[in-house]
Design a protein around this ligand. Structure first.
Ligand code: AMP
Ligand code: MG
Length: 355
């Protein structure tokens, strides 16, 4: 619960920074702002939609449509838990020797994931499912809630267990040909690193289909989409969380039009055992939480799936190689290292305003 409240707190502070202070209060100057907060895909979805003053029903409809799409993405495609999802079914086929036929949607997603995986030399690896299950990342939040951050039930995996899981997490062993996918025994896919980014790309599609929408900000966990413009023409202000104090911010990005911003940070999900912190971004080369000297990476891109995949990959690679990788994909990047140093690409520098 503490972790959940921290997240709500972080999002509320983000909303304040965005300057959307009239939401739902009947403020007469900007009645066209509509805001909704929901939970989906295991995270908080915050939507702010701008349209002409007469379009309140439409704004509700748009936020409802985006929320339904997020539920559908999880239920039909991305979940490794729900038996209705394509990823779940592909994972079940591992080792059967039977190739599965990919939907066009998932084939497109995997193609982009493979490109980031290849360019990052495997630092981004969506075949990491066995390793992620071994580390039990998805249960940490509930463990922390009961143990106030000092987790007593989590047991750090042994080196032997890690080696075994690593041998099943080898992207080179994945067979994808055309729209067919073949998983070797033991391999499990995990698209946890790109799910929120995919949400942003789908949200863009829905917003574009509603021409009455003049602007929007959609946030899904650590990923944020800005779309269109504000009624007063000012920039979108997206806060960058301070990894040393996740309720605060380091500064803001001043953005115009359509942008996708994703952050991966070691403060987002972690457990502490005997005073040592284990976070949720794994280095496929070691099998342990990445130890590249960074605490958070923020990526700015036109594409949600790319911003999300790259933030994870760059976190694993660290500052130097991460900056190179981001530039390969025409993305902007900002790194915060363990000493609090901030490193960024030139394009990021042009829109970042420090506190
Ligand atoms: P993010 O917070 O976007 O960086 O995504 C982290 C999530 O992606 C984790 O909870 C895992 O499910 C998964 N993951 C962890 N490490 C990696 C990695 N190196 N490559 C791909 N996915 C990963
Ligand atoms: Mg990511």
């Amino acid at each position: 619960m503490k972790k959940f409240l921290q997240k709500v707190q972080a999002i509320l502070s983000l909303i304040c920074i965005l300057g959307i202070s009239c939401i739902g209060t009947g403020c007469s100057r900007q009645p066209e702002v509509y805001n909704s907060v929901d939970t989906a895909m295991g995270t908080i979805i915050n939507q702010t939609i701008y349209a002409s003053p007469k379009e309140a029903a439409l704004q509700r409809e748009v936020t409802g449509e985006i929320l339904s799409r997020i539920h559908l993405l999880e239920k039909d495609y991305l979940s490794w838990r729900l038996d209705t999802a394509e990823i779940y079914q592909i994972n079940r086929s591992a080792g059967t020797g039977q190739a599965k036929v990919l939907s066009d949607k998932l084939a497109g997603i995997l193609e982009q994931c493979k490109a980031v995986s290849a360019a990052s030399d495997g630092a981004f690896d969506f075949t990491i499912g066995q390793l992620a299950r071994l580390w039990d990342i998805d249960t940490w939040a509930t463990m922390q809630a009961t143990d106030s951050g000092q987790n007593k039930r989590f047991v750090v995996p042994t080196q032997e267990q890690i080696h075994l899981a690593m041998s099943n997490s080898q992207i080179d062993a994945l067979g994808v040909e055309g729209n067919q996918i073949l998983l070797p025994a033991g391999m499990q896919l995990d698209l946890g690193a790109v799910g929120k980014g995919i949400v942003l790309d789908d949200a863009k599609e829905i917003l574009a289909a509603h021409t009455e929408v003049t602007g929007a900000v959609i946030s899904a966990g650590g990923s944020i989409l800005t779309y269109g413009s504000k009624p007063d023409g000012s920039c979108w202000n997206v806060a960058i969380v301070d990894p040393f104090d996740s309720a605060g911010s380091l500064g803001i990005l001043k953005l115009t039009g359509q942008c996708c911003v994703s952050t991966s940070g070691d403060y987002e999900r972690f457990v502490e055992v005997d005073g040592k912190r284990y976070h949720h971004i794994l280095d496929p080369a070691t099998g342990y939480p990445a130890d590249s000297g960074v605490r958070s990476v923020t990526i700015l891109s036109d594409s949600g799936i790319l911003s999300d995949a790259l933030s994870t990959a760059c976190f694993v690679l660290g500052v130097e190689e991460g900056l190179e990788l981001a530039q390969c994909f025409q993305a902007e990047a900002l790194f915060v290292d363990e000493e609090g140093g901030i490193y960024m690409t030139e394009g990021m520098h042009n829109c970042f305003v420090a506190n």
